[in-house]
Ligand binder design. Sequence first.
Ligand code: ARG
Length: 462
Amino acid sequence: MDKMWSGRFSAGASSLLDDFNASIMYDRKLYREDIEGSLAHAAMLAKQGILSAEELKAIEDGMAQVKSEIESGTFEWVISDEDLHMGIEKRLTALIGDAGKKLHTARSRNDQVAVDFRRYVLRKNEEITVLLKRLMETVVNIAAKHTTTLIPGMTHLQHAQPINFGFHMLAYASMFKRDIERFTESKKRNSVSPLGCAALAGTPHNVDREYTAEALGFDSVSINCLDTVSDRDFALEILFNISTMMMHISRLSEELVMWSSYEFGFVELSDEYSTGSSIMPQKKNPDVPELLRGKTGRVYGSLMGLLTVMKGLPLAYNKDTQEDKEGVFDSVETAEISLEILKEALKTMSIKTENMHRACKVGHLSATDLADYLVEYSGIPFREAHFITGKAVAKAEELQIDLSDIDFAELKAIDDRINENVMVFLAIDHSMEARTSQGGTASVRTLEQLVYFENYLKDLDL
Ligand code: ARG
């Protein structure tokens, strides 16, 4: 009968209940947030005359002791304490006596856990953003070196039009920029303090919520306590933001897997970030991007899990909500290591520019350029130009050459309106450089995009 809430009970809890009900095995990750929250709360209670100066001092000293016990590994986490909030309060009271019993005045575990978990998530929003920024810098640095490196641009995974590899990498920079914005905006939106909401309805004690909000680094105080104690939007947002980010990482990973195959041969991952086979001695496997692709699945699972936990909850706090933490912890840790390892794998991979170039000579990548040429220089309507180009492609296929290598005489035989200057337009580097429309692949346009992302990164306040 040592439970803090045991007053109205006559029998003790079964150990089965303890095992089932407890979150202390994993929510202890929040110990720093919990102790900081308690210290801010205690300081506010003292300022308001609810605690004496001596009591505050005792709480501060006791909490310092608890913190050092946790950090040195001597703190005893017991399952029957249920969660970290009660585990820490119990130890504090054992250390300092009555002052410890007063700490929970004007507070409930409902606002307490909302403070702790929210602050953890806000901090992780920022830490993930810093890692994202470094990954984005890596991507942009690779792009800077390859604004004239030709690579086949694809649709339907079929060769479509030549682009430069820098342009390709900047597509990922665009995605990572949106990810950074999402984490940043979510942090701003959710920087709202739950402390002082108590169980659900507020408290009759004369608390100063502005004071604790400021002490804990929140931008403001929540408006409606009933909402606040059961609001987990901040957790859903970080799960969604991580999911979207991992989806981007997974798309890039999929390309790395393909690019490092013999069939593509566009990149070679470094030995440091490749693995071997236990049976096939010749193998070098892209486990890193494969795992990044795979781990995306578990992050989506956490998002769906928490959305499902929340969907039928009546106001206000329900114990279901305790299921919010493990998925977030797992997703945050997955995100952190994923960002780190992808950055290193990219930094250390070698880029096989000749193979990329060779691939551009397969699949008649400049076919659209021939059609565009016929429209612009021969005055032929686009539909007809498309048809004539189809004939030219068929001829190249028959000759087993790429359209960019066809003889002028062959083209002239197909349509007499074609002039010799067409040959310039069939060259694949010309095809890439011709796409000068805003946001296009031409080197000048790629360089503009590069400057845009470099400036964005430079101005990022992180
Ligand atoms: N361990 C609980 C959680 O994570 C803390 C809040 C418990 N509140 C309550 N009234 N049982 O949600």
